[in-house]
Design a protein around this ligand. Structure first.
Ligand code: GLU
Length: 551
């Protein structure tokens, strides 16, 4: 039996050749410089910040260059699959607004470079593996799990590098007769790649993020096809990214150590290599030291966390851009209202070492992003969030959209917009005093220097004085005019000059009214609030506060 015959014996079902396959994947017709990128998550049911981080890089590289951004589902590890895992991937990316040009969708494949789900590409992988076997570049390995474990223990005991290489690669040197005998006996096998590499040699390599690197060649005969007929990540990555025309592979730096394997496979298969960008891990501060964001310890690692807590998607993307490109923040300062697409993203500005992920900073960014949104947009986003996570509030909030948008319009627009909202989940408490159903006043927030009796008097007095038809200056004049009766300064300036001459000032008086009407000391412009609440509610609240305080 020669290699060709061995290949036939191992893959009788495969009648295609690599040329047949390649004919199905013509070169993409794209403008000069257009990049083709992909994200290739595994449907494990868990989507995390690392997935999003990489996806943004891919999306920007492709769409900024007039290229293609596609989604491939990497489901060759059948043990890790989770029911509904693909739907989770699709819906999470959809919620983040990532637009794929092709790839897996809920309705099946979109695009002509598929199938985009690896488990449906068995024949393609096997065709290439068969060709490698026929050329003597790959061979069947019959070693059992137990044998491999024993070998590993032996290597560890001898303090040697573990793995299948050199004299440890037993099946590499099996005679054809032996192979035939074991196949005849029906022994299960995997297919391994016959490495010609040596750890004595280095592979020079330039990564788009990490720069120039010197990697040690791979001398391990890695598994390329498993017993179930599906490839390992290494083989699948090389074949798929070649056939699908990926120009730039963006992936986590955990793949850097196995890059020499991938380069070796690209060469052995005669494929042109893509460019690689290995992204640094997301880190966080834990006490005074930095560590990797962890699935187990950090709820904020999971993308679900952001949906539940109502972090605005636009804020997350904006924050991720600050982590991804060192010049982004500066650009944003100079272009506060510009669309993100106007920023020129580049891998050259990405940090080669771990970016520090900081939830507080993200919240800060969110606050700014929301402050720049229109009231309509905030209304829609809050409604969508509440519909899913707080239906009781959603019912109150969406009952009168015009009113809700008027509330959101307070202090919106202009150079210095208000920044009251960080999360969609903040809105309920921020707007609660605008809704009788949610109004839970805290009168302990009344200015403490003013005696209760005075507070009560101010409230009853103001109820008489209050004229709902006042414009904002008449409204304020009326409040000022009340001051002398209580020994308060009606101008702050007067008070500051001689505080000892006064029992308080106009600000204190307004605060009494604010706490009565809003039930709290922190609230937006009181005149506007009162206009929105309407005179009945204002009067009711003044009376209720006066009563509660005197009681
Ligand atoms: N399926 C791999 C992962 O989830 C993808 C790595 C890659 O992008 O090539 O880590």
């Amino acid at each position: 039996m020669d290699y060709q015959q061995l290949a036939e014996r191992l893959f009788p079902q495969i009648q295609l050749t690599p040329d047949d396959i390649e004919a199905r994947y013509p070169a993409r017709q794209l403008p000069e410089g257009a990049k083709v990128t992909r994200i290739a998550p595994s449907p494990t049911g868990f989507m995390h910040m690392g997935n999003l981080y990489g996806a943004i890089v891919d999306e920007r590289l492709a769409h900024q260059s007039g290229g293609v951004f596609y989604l491939r589902i990497e489901d060759t590890d059948q043990k890790r699959l989770v029911e509904g895992g693909i739907d989770t991937i699709l819906s999470v990316f959809h919620r983040f607004g990532l637009q794929f040009d092709e790839g897996a969708t809920k309705e099946g494949d979109h695009g002509v470079y598929g199938p985009y789900q690896q488990s449906k590409r068995g024949e393609i992988y096997q065709t290439y593996v068969k060709a490698l076997v026929a050329q003597g570049k790959a061979y069947p390995c019959f070693c059992t799990e137990e044998e491999l474990n024993a070998m590993r223990s032996e290597q560890e005991a001898r303090k040697e590098i573990t793995g299948y290489y050199g004299s440890y690669a037993r099946c590499r040197t099996l005679s054809m007769e032996e192979v035939e005998k074991r196949l005849d006996a029906g022994e299960p096998y995997v297919i391994r790649f016959r490495s010609e590499g040596s750890t004595e040699r280095k592979v020079p390599f330039t990564d788009l993020i990490k720069g120039k690197l010197e990697l040690t060649e791979n001398d391990q005969d890695i598994v390329i096809l498993k017993r179930d007929g599906l490839p390992t990540y290494h083989m699948a990555h090389v074949i798929d990214d070649y056939l699908m025309g990926t120009t730039h592979v963006v992936r986590g730096e955990e793949w850097l150590p196995t890059l020499p394997i991938h380069l070796q496979l690209f060469d052995a298969l005669g494929f042109k290599r893509p460019k690689y960008a290995h992204t640094a891990q997301l880190m966080k501060m834990d006490g005074t030291s930095k560590r990797k964001l962890s699935k187990r310890k950090d709820p904020e690692f999971a993308l679900d966390y952001y949906f539940e807590t109502g972090v605005p998607i636009a804020g997350i993307i904006e924050y991720m851009m600050t982590l991804l490109n060192s010049n982004f923040e500066e650009w944003r300062l100079a272009n506060p209202m510009a669309d993100l697409d106007a920023f020129r993203f580049t891998t050259a500005k990405m940090s080669g070492s771990g970016s520090l992920f900081d939830l507080d900073k993200m919240h800060d960014v969110c606050k700014n992003v929301i402050s720049r949104m229109s009231a309509d947009e905030v209304y829609e986003q809050v409604s969508a969030w509440a519909a899913q996570y707080d239906p009781d509030f959603a019912a109150i909030w969406t009952a009168n959209p015009t009113y809700a948008k008027q509330i959101l319009s307070i202090g919106r627009g202009g150079k210095k917009p208000r920044k009251d909202i960080t999360l969609w989940s903040d809105v309920k408490s921020y707007v609660s005093f605008f809704y009788d159903e949610l109004f839970t006043p805290d009168f302990t927030q009344m200015p403490s220097a003013i005696p209760q009796e005075t507070v009560r008097q101010i409230l009853t007095d103001y109820s008489q004085q209050y004229r709902p038809e006042d414009d904002s200056s008449a409204w304020f004049e009326r409040i000022k005019a009340m001051c002398p009766a209580y020994g308060f300064a009606s101008e702050m300036k007067q008070y500051r000059q001689n505080p000892q001459d006064y029992a308080g000032h106009v600000g204190d008086l307004s605060m009494v009214l604010r706490v009565a009407v809003c039930g709290r000391s922190q609230a937006p412009d009181l005149y506007t609030v009162m206009q929105l609440l309407g005179q009945d509610t204002v009067r009711e609240r003044l009376a209720r506060a006066a009563q509660t305080i005197s009681a």
